[in-house]
Design a protein. Structure first.
Ligand code: SDX
Length: 424
């Protein structure tokens, strides 16, 4: 065990150094405050590790993303979303028997309690589906109240199985169509597409191109180590709140336009550029003006200082799927031009602002007929197994403690109460 030395006010403290399996190095400051009275400061947690984890490895400089050691490029090409869920949750690829049983469980648990459909009647038609999703997921705890006593495993299956149904019901509600029940003979992704787009009056023809594309999209979104929403899930889970409350909190964190809400913001930005005549260079210039408040959505990343490997896969997928579907989407043209111009501009290059996962995903969701306000819900469906794997990892770690960061107080020092008569 090597150590790091910190000298403060003339005193030197030896702090343990932790090394991960990919040679990442961390200085363990667990005892720093007890030893020195000092804490560290790192708003945004740019250089702060919250935990050790064996789920996902990212190398932001080399553009590497692996789930349990498997590169996402291989999983996206050769696996499917249900198998990747099992991998993230259990640490190993399933054998044929395990995978068959897991698929059957997800099918068995795909319905929501019929009474939950009444909740949808209370939402206005314009309700954002992320608001509905976080509310409905939290409400699942009222139907499975003993989530602590009941095994976490069955609640994990319930959530992965039911999140599709809740999302599709929210969409149907927003367009005033009747909800479509899950069908047991359909695969995970085909079932979701059917619940989204089938109508009682006619048979919905499931397009295998879209099923494969959806599997790849959900795999690429499945986990991303300690991002904002996953850290939120771990924060809430650390208080021993139930699994549904923890996941609902993650859904809310993902909603923000700087995080998972970016895919909706990217499409809206591309739409604005298109309707403004397609002059993408004007928007690149605007994104560089500090006080414009405008950012090129889908660009930049806290960890990737090179290409986001997911964006690389999604860019190619966008072309392939649109070609297969015979769709000529002008927004894809604008996206590629925007990317080209930005990556030649020193403002973006010097800040290492490359396209991230959200830059191309919306083009694909649009090609599937998924409305823009459902894009972040799609991100949540993909990220759910990652959130659940981190929930499990934290709960299985007997040494894990409630998350409770410290602060440096900068407010008023002690003063006495002023009676009203003496106030100005
Ligand atoms: C996701 O963490 C994860 O893993 C997230 C995610 C996952 O899978 O969970 O990968 C998913 O959330 C992807 C990111 C989606 N968000 C967006 O596309 C929104 C646009 N991008 C950003 O706002 C920003 O890049 C972040 C939020 C992604 C990263 O923010 P940071 O790391 O806090 O960086 P920063 O805001 O401090 O920016 C550094 C500099 C600043 O300029 P200076 O102060 O140095 O002059 O870069 C500029 C920023 O103004 N900048 C941008 C920009 N992103 C950063 N300028 C213009 N357009 C942008 N998109």
């Amino acid at each position: 065990m090597t150590t790091a030395s910190l000298t403060l006010d003339g005193k030197t403290y030896e702090l343990p150094v932790i090394r991960g399996t990919e040679n990442e190095v961390a200085v363990d400051i667990t005892r720093l405050r007890a030893q020195s009275g000092a804490i560290t400061m790192d708003p945004g947690f740019n250089s702060t590790g919250a935990c050790e984890s064996a789920i996902t490895f990212i190398d932001g400089d080399l553009g590497i993303l692996r789930y349990r050691g498997y590169p996402i490029e291989e999983l996206a090409e050769r696996s499917d979303f249900v198998e990747t869920c099992w991998l993230l949750l259990n640490g190993e690829l399933p054998n044929a028997e395990q995978l068959k049983a897991f698929r059957a469980q997800l099918t068995y648990h795909s319905m929501i309690h019929e009474d939950m459909k009444k909740f949808f009647e209370g939402f206005p038609p314009s309700a954002h589906p992320m608001a509905i999703l976080s509310a409905m997921v939290s409400s699942l705890s009222t139907y499975y109240p003993n989530s602590e006593e009941e095994s976490t495993e069955v609640n994990i299956v319930r959530l992965i199985a039911k999140v599709r149904t809740i999302a599709a019901y929210a969409y149907k509600k927003s367009i005033g169509q009747p909800t479509i029940y899950p069908r047991n003979e359909l695969s995970y992704c085909a079932n979701f597409l059917n619940m989204m787009f089938a109508v009682p009056a006619e048979e919905y023809k499931i397009n295998p191109v879209l099923v494969k594309a959806l599997n790849m999209l959900l795999i690429l979104h499945a986990d991303h180590e300690q991002n904002c929403s996953t850290s939120t899930v771990r924060m809430v889970a650390s208080s021993r709140a139930n699994i549904f409350a923890s996941i609902s909190a993650g859904i809310s964190a993902l909603w923000g336009p700087l995080h998972g809400g970016a895919n909706q913001a990217v499409l809206e930005m591309l739409q604005v550029i298109h309707e403004d005549g397609g002059d993408y260079k004007k928007f690149v210039m605007k994104a560089k003006e500090k006080d414009s408040g405008f950012r090129l959505m889908g660009f930049g990343h806290r960890v990737y200082k090179n290409f986001d490997p997911r964006a690389t896969i999604l860019r190619k997928m966008s072309y392939d799927v649109l070609q297969e579907m015979g769709i000529d989407d002008p927004l894809l043209e604008i996206a590629c031009n925007l990317e080209k111009v930005a990556l030649e501009d020193d403002y973006f290059v010097s800040r290492k602002l490359y396209p991230n996962v959200d830059f191309y995903s919306g083009i694909l969701y649009r090609a599937m007929g998924i409305p823009t306000n459902m894009f972040t819900v799609m991100f949540a469906i993909g990220r759910l197994p990652g959130w659940l794997a981190h929930f499990k990892e934290l709960r299985d770690d007997d040494s894990s403690r409630i998350y409770r960061p410290r602060q440096v107080y900068t407010g008023a020092t002690q003063r006495s109460y002023i009676p009203m008569s003496e106030r100005k």
